[in-house]
Structures are given as C-alpha cells and as structure tokens.
Design a protein around this ligand. Sequence first.
Ligand code: FAD
Ligand code: UDP
Length: 365
Amino acid sequence: MKYDYLIVGAGLFGAVFAHEAKKAGKKCLVIDKRNHIAGNIYCENIEGINVHKYGAHIFHTSNKEVWDYINQFAEFNHYINSPVAAYKDETYNLPFNMNTFSRLWGIRTPQEAKDIIEKQRAEYGVAEPKNLEEQALSLAGKDVYEKLIKGYTEKQWGRPCTELPAFIIKRLPFRFIYDNNYFNDRYQGIPIGGYTPIVEKMLEGIEVRLETDYFDFIKDNPEVADVILFTGMIDEFYGYKLGALAYRTVRFETEVLDCDNYQGNAVVNYTEREVPYTRIIEHKHFEFGKQPKTVISREYSSEWKPGIEPYYPVNNEENNELFAKYRALADKEERVIFGGRLGNYKYYDMDKVIEAALMLVKERL
Ligand code: FAD
Ligand code: UDP
C-alpha cells in the first residue's frame, strides 16, 4: 500500500478530509475525473469575473467552528444574498418577507399580511403538511405558493409539489419583517477571489491526479491505499445493482454580455412555469464587480442521466429507501468510506459538507 488514503473527489468534502489527514501525518492521493479541482464550487475567471461554473455558491453558516475553519483559507466579503423573483411582469423580493407581501397585496403592516395569509391557510385546512405543496400552502397561503413556489419548484425538481418532501421549502426563511436576507445564518459571504483558491490551499502539498476516474484507476491499482474515501455517487460505486438513485442535473447557458450591469442583482429567479430556466445568475454582483462587461448564466434543470453531472439528490421517500439499502452495503465495507453530497445522498450545503468532513476526521484520525 503506497498511500494511507485514496480520496476520490477533489470537491470540498474530499479536500477538507485530505487537508486534515495530511496534518495528521497521513499520506493521501486525491483523484478526480474532472480536469480541475474544487468539484462544484469551482470558479472560472472570465473577463476578470469569477464565474461559478456549476451554479451560484453563497457561503452561509451558523456554525462558528465551520466559519472559523473556512476563514483559514480565504477572506470573505460582505455579500448578502437577496434574490429577486420575476413572475410574469411582476417583481418580488425573496425570501418571503414583508417586502414580498407588501408588493403582493398592497399592504404595509405585519398584521395585515398575517390576516391575509391566515385567511388563505384556513381555506386549505392542512394540519400536518405531508408534502411540499401542503407545507407551502400552510406556511404562506395560496398567492405566495402559486406565484413564487409552484412553478419554480416543479421546474427545479421535475415533479409535482405533491410528490416532493416538505423539507425542501423549509430551507427558505419566512418572516414578517422587511428583511431580504435569503439566509438566517449568523455568517455569510463570498470568498474574495472565488472558491477555487480555497481548495487549492487545502490541497497544498498533497498529490492530486486529475482526469482520473476511480473505476478505471482502481482496476489498475487495487492496492493503492489502505482506505478509500469515495465522494462520488454511491449507487454508481455499486454498479447500480440495487437500482439507480434519482438526481437532478442543471445545464448552464453562460453568456458574456457587452454591458456592465444586466439585471442589477446576482440572482433573479423566474418563478413561472412557462419560462424554461429557473434563474439567471449575474456573477459579478457576488463580488461587487466593476468590470465593463458582465457574465450571466441561465440555469435549466432536468433529470440526471448517465454521462452528465449529477447535482441534487432527490430526497423523496422512494429514493431515501433505496439509499438506505446502499447505505447498508456501505456499512459493511472495511476499506471504503463514503462522504459528501453524492456519497451520502444528501442535499448538503457547503457548511454541512465541512461539518460532516470534520466529523469524519474526528472519527478516523
Ligand atoms: P462535489 O463538489 O460534487 O465533489 C465531488 C467530486 O467527486 C467531483 O469533483 C467529481 O468530479 C468527483 N467524482 C465523482 N465521481 C468520481 C469518480 N468516479 N472518479 C473520480 N472522481 C469522481 N451550497 C451552499 O452552501 N451554498 C450555495 O449557495 C450552494 N449552491 C449550490 C448550487 C448548485 C447548483 C448546487 C448543485 C449545489 C449548491 N450548493 C450550495 C451545495 C454545494 O455545491 C455542495 O455542498 C458541495 O459542493 C459538495 O461538495 P462535495 O465534495 O460533497 O461534492
Ligand atoms: N424555491 C421556490 N421559489 C423560489 C426559490 C426557491 O419555490 O423562488 C423552492 C424550490 O423548491 C427550491 C427550494 O425552495 O428547490 C430551495 O431553494 P434554494 O434557493 O435553497 O435552492 P438551491 O439554492 O439549493 O437550488
């Protein structure tokens, strides 16, 4: 055995683990099938702008340990995510807050908003929401659901809201104050210079091989390491032998525009069903960019198929049950551990990925 750990995936999970393992004196080899490190947080410089190549990434957390951890590798700016929703010719602030309600109903006070929502909730009378639709209706009433949630969610997930788990919508704040901060977390920002340098620093002094697919590599190097940390898809690892888990993928249509400010905000969500993309990202606004040009990405969501990138695990009941069966196989492995969004089949944000990787470090090292 040449290495203590073979780490499959140079994304955030693999990089945090590799960094800590090296510090603990372990010899690691990191491989990734892509031609770059950083997984889905990779940024590419276009026209002096850090373009979030695999979708917009805003770092936010309430966990001080995680915040301190990531701040070793970068300085963060003061960006606060405040997306705007475009529904037909109407424009709303997100997340759902007094600015949204005031624009929707021409009202001003929290009591007025509460009265309208209570009336709409009463019409549905859902006591215990069992799916995303019931959750949204019982939280926000019909107007918010129909204009800002239903179309967006069905585009994003490719399933009716009645077939999706309630927790997806609980990610978003819902508040009766005039506050457009998309997150409730104590700490938030974008790393100055983008995310790739963070992962570069984490992997400093560690051997990394790119354009190296695990499944080919391991055939030729079965004894390369004592332990394998796998951060790819768990069902692919097992050759889909129990069936394929569902994932959503996103296609990004990126354009350089000859203007300095296209939409006036980093994120604009298109919440009606008829617009084929879910959102447009204007990357420069994450870093208050002053470049003469701008770069935008339209995001089109679709079901994952082999050969394209999986992005979001579809954590509904059916898939969670299948995942539990793969997990049971994984628990029997002596030399392989699974981690990250794909290895654990969890809709993790970056802070949760760091938390999970540090937990694994505590267990293993
Ligand atoms: P990944 O980044 O996916 O890394 C896994 C790596 O493994 C990849 O590089 C892949 O190429 C490699 N790999 C897979 N299989 C193999 C194989 N067989 N052989 C070799 N290499 C392999 N989080 C936030 O906190 N804030 C946000 O705003 C946010 N926005 C997001 C937007 C989108 C569109 C998406 C998809 C996610 C977003 N996230 C966000 C979540 C964030 O991307 C993840 O939490 C994090 O990047 C997951 O890190 P990871 O290392 O688990 O996975
Ligand atoms: N969502 C919505 N309308 C919006 C934005 C989000 O209905 O304008 C729902 C949608 O179901 C989405 C979920 O809220 O999947 C979580 O949104 P978030 O912005 O956290 O999604 P992500 O950044 O993970 O794609």
